[in-house]
Design a binder for this molecule. Structure first.
Ligand code: AMP
Length: 120
């Protein structure tokens, strides 16, 4: 584990079942659940089950199997909501400039309506 990883962050607590989540899908290495404060009709968070702080930590240090399983679950969520054709947006916030609130790597998958321009 990255020694800067905070094991008390809220997604780590969800992974340990210390707090509940609205689980959508999971596989061996990743979990998908509803964002508690949705910004679109579909707003799902996908997280690795292993402790990575952010996108850089995950892409640098996760195993091939963890990468494969994570992106497979993102793909499964896209198919679960049948948004392949109408489209969606995937966002990952990182660090202070990215305004990342929860220091456990996650992607937001947003959809269900036209999401407008990317920023602003
Ligand atoms: P970020 O700013 O990218 O770190 O986003 C963190 C996201 O986690 C926000 O969209 C929050 O609404 C969401 N969030 C925080 N706590 C929970 C929770 N207990 N269950 C589900 N989503 C949460």
């Amino acid at each position: 584990m990255n020694n800067l990883y905070d094991p008390d962050n809220i997604f780590a607590k969800i992974l340990r079942s210390e707090i509940p989540c609205n689980k959508i899908l999971e596989n061996e290495f990743a979990l998908a659940f509803s964002d508690i404060n949705p910004q679109a009709p579909i707003h799902i968070l996908v997280i690795p089950k292993n402790p990575y702080i952010d996108f850089y930590d995950f892409t640098k240090n996760a195993s091939n199997k963890q990468h494969e399983s994570f992106w497979k679950l993102v793909n499964d969520v896209i198919e679960h909501y049948k948004v392949e054709k109408e489209g969606f947006r995937i966002i990952t916030n990182s660090g202070s400039n990215g305004n990342q609130d929860v220091p456990h790597f996650h992607v937001h998958l947003l959809g269900g309506e036209n999401l407008g321009r990317m920023i602003g």
